[in-house]
Design a binder for this molecule. Structure first.
Ligand code: CA
Length: 240
């Protein structure tokens, strides 16, 4: 199945270079040179990836990313930013990009990120389109809308937090090492980035905790990694 990518980038030289290399990967590529055109195409098309520049004429990249995220269909978004200071915002819940690259970036790095995003998609959909809703403990996890409900209340997660939760919830009881989580959720093994996993898990845990309750879905396996509590399993160990 041919995959298609939308590039929204107003610098023609960058857009052409990225398009050229993505076509070399066998992808179908559309290019929009401003945010308005980008939005038109994103709305009509069913892209498998959107490479989105942050600073765009007409509609900027942050706004465009928000609009795409507000839609029903999930599409991975790789954001191109000029300043690393913007990264937290870009990946945050109100914008919701999946990954980012800071300009200037190497084509090699871009290709690695794109391949990683597709590998992650493949891993998440082992039977092609496993978007069935998961119900575990008191959580309802809907991969097609990328939404999580607890007692009917939506829990707002970033793209990575959602991926982590879905990955755990599909494999209750299984112990994951940090390197494994980096590989399957982030899609690229980067040595020494175990703290990235830890900080995402800590944020995810605090978002899943309501008030004084401590549902403890994700348990620490000391010296190894993490695992998701199995249905019916009592937790007697001290908190995370
Ligand atoms: Ca730009």
């Amino acid at each position: 199945m041919e995959r298609s990518v939308l590039i929204v980038e107003d610098e023609a030289s960058i857009a052409e270079l990225v398009a050229l290399h993505l076509r070399d990967l066998g992808l179908k590529v559309d290019v929009a040179a401003d945010g308005r055109r980008g939005w038109e195409l994103a709305e009509q098309g069913s892209y498998d990836l959107i490479v989105l520049d942050l600073n765009l004429p007409e509609i900027d990249g942050l706004e465009l990313c928000r609009r795409i995220r507000a839609g029903d269909r999930y599409v991975p978004i790789l954001m191109l930013t000029a300043r690393s200071a913007e990264v937290d915002r870009v990946l945050g819940i109100d914008v919701g990009a999946d990954d980012y690259l800071t300009k200037p970036f190497s084509i090699r790095e871009l290709m690695a990120r794109v391949k990683a995003i597709f590998r992650r998609l493949d891993a998440m959909r082992p039977q092609g389109e496993d978007l069935s809703t998961l119900e575990i403990h008191d959580l309802v996890i809907d991969p097609s809308r990328r939404r999580v409900l607890r007692h009917g209340e939506e829990i707002y997660l970033t793209a990575k937090e959602f991926d982590l939760l879905a990955h755990f919830a599909r494999n209750p009881g299984r112990v994951f090492r940090r390197a494994e989580l980096l590989d399957s959720v982030w899609g690229y093994g980067h040595d020494g980035y175990g703290h990235t996993v830890n900080s995402h898990i800590n944020r995810l845990r605090s978002k899943l905790m309501a008030g004084d309750e401590d549902p403890r879905y994700i348990l620490t396996v000391w010296g190894v990694g993490y695992r998701f509590r199995e249905p019916g399993e009592e937790v007697s160990e001290p908190g995370p």
